[in-house]
Design a protein around this ligand. Structure first.
Ligand code: GLA
Length: 388
């Protein structure tokens, strides 16, 4: 981590001037979701953990009326006024600007700042690089300008920034995991009440292995919003018979009694995924707490299959990775993680099988899809915070 910080600091000084005083350094992590996919915006349960990689921010007040934004990851930089924010066509600065826009809307006054961001999350991998940029901005400005907002406020306003300023109707999972994550724990979140609990993850002889499809997620945004509306359509129909606000209000038993009301096959499938996935999260947590990793792995597999068959957000890349992973002895479970349509899978792999996994899955994936996957062993880290 030290080398990362020194690198970002030197980039900061090179750009904004060579005096080292007054620099502060913040970090917000990306996340990997262990189970509970496409349930957050349905008032359901999720079980993500924060990662050791994410976004660093070196920041210093500049005593002007301008906020200067730059990153070590892209060439595009900008100076924006402390008074108001306008979305830019497709640039990374919409994430910090969206957060600043929300702060302004809450009646808080911004001050001139120089900011240098640096992300260590592979881009477009579905490991929440955007949430980590939002959260690092929110935590830094809250601290520096003494806004006294608590972490949950920062999580909520970062999600709102993404919904309103960036225009992606994401749920709250990513920002929540980035803000509330805890080393060696996953965060069990009830996305309806926003109650949460951190639960130890000690997989013993197993590792949480992330595999990146390296497929660019082209249509992800529009398909994501389409899935959301399909779930809303299901709620609209079901709520005529039973008072519900979200699909997450139904358990599987209740859903089975009502499912005949969903005459549109697509809507039925979408709803069935959400309700069954919610149950799997509860079962998975129980399994983890009783050290039943085999059961946890089976539930991961079932989650993927439901996302493939009922929610239809996987695709050849994710399905191939998962299928190949499951052929290897020592793999307890493998599933897509995040929004889908590309991005990453997460697998529970025995230490002795890691090498075989990367070799065999890598070769089979390359020959089926024509892309080279990347592998990262997930280290579960702490949530957004000041480092220096
Ligand atoms: C993306 C969104 C989250 C969540 C997942 C799917 O990561 O940002 O809010 O909906 O997809 O579980």
């Amino acid at each position: 981590m030290d080398t990362d910080i020194n690198f970002v600091k030197s980039e900061f000084i090179e750009r904004y001037g060579n005096h080292k005083t007054g620099l502060r350094v913040y970090f917000a992590p990306g996340r990997v979701n262990l189970i509970g996919e496409h349930t957050d915006y349905n008032g359901g349960y999720v079980f993500p953990c924060a990662l050791n990689f994410g976004t660093y921010l070196v920041i210093r007040p500049n005593n002007t009326n301008l906020i200067r934004l730059a990153t070590t990851n892209f060439r595009f930089s900008a100076n924006v006024s402390v008074k108001s924010m306008e979305p830019q066509a497709k640039h990374w600065i919409n994430y910090p600007m969206g957060v600043m826009d929300q702060l302004i809307k809450q009646g808080l006054s911004l001050e001139g700042m120089d900011m240098m961001f640096s992300g260590t999350i592979p881009n477009g991998a579905g490991l929440s690089s955007s949430a980590s940029i939002e959260m690092v901005t929110a935590v830094a400005l809250n601290d520096l300008l003494e806004f006294n907002l608590d972490m949950l406020d920062l999580v909520k306003l970062s999600q709102k920034a993404e919904n309103e300023f960036v225009g992606v109707k994401c749920g709250i999972m990513d920002q929540f995991a980035s803000g509330m994550g805890k080393k060696d724990h996953a965060v069990f979140i009830n996305c309806k009440t926003l109650d949460y609990e951190t639960i130890p993850v000690n997989p013993g002889d197993y590792k949480i292995l992330i595999t990146n499809t390296n497929k660019r997620r082209g249509l992800a945004g529009s398909k994501y919003n389409e899935r959301r509306s399909q779930c809303e359509a299901a709620v609209k129909i079901l709520s005529k018979t039973k008072k519900i606000k979200f699909l997450g209000d139904l358990n599987l038993k209740q859903f089975n009694k009502l499912q005949h009301l969903l005459t549109d096959e697509i809507i039925l499938k979408r709803a069935r995924h959400v309700v069954s996935e919610n149950e799997r999260v509860l079962e998975a947590i129980q399994a983890l707490q009783s050290d039943e990793l085999v059961t946890f792995g089976r539930l991961m597999n079932e989650s993927h299959d439901s996302l493939r068959d009922d929610y239809e957000v996987t695709g050849i890349e994710l399905d191939t990775l998962v299928e190949e992973a499951r052929k290897i002895e020592g793999v307890l479970g493998s599933r897509m993680t995040g929004a889908g349509f590309g991005g990453c899978t997460v697998s529970l792999v025995h230490n002795d099988s890691l090498e075989k996994f990367t070799g065999q899955v890598g070769t089979a994936y390359k020959s089926a899809v024509g892309l080279k996957p990347d592998f990262y062993i997930a280290e579960i880290g702490d949530g957004a915070r000041r480092l220096e």
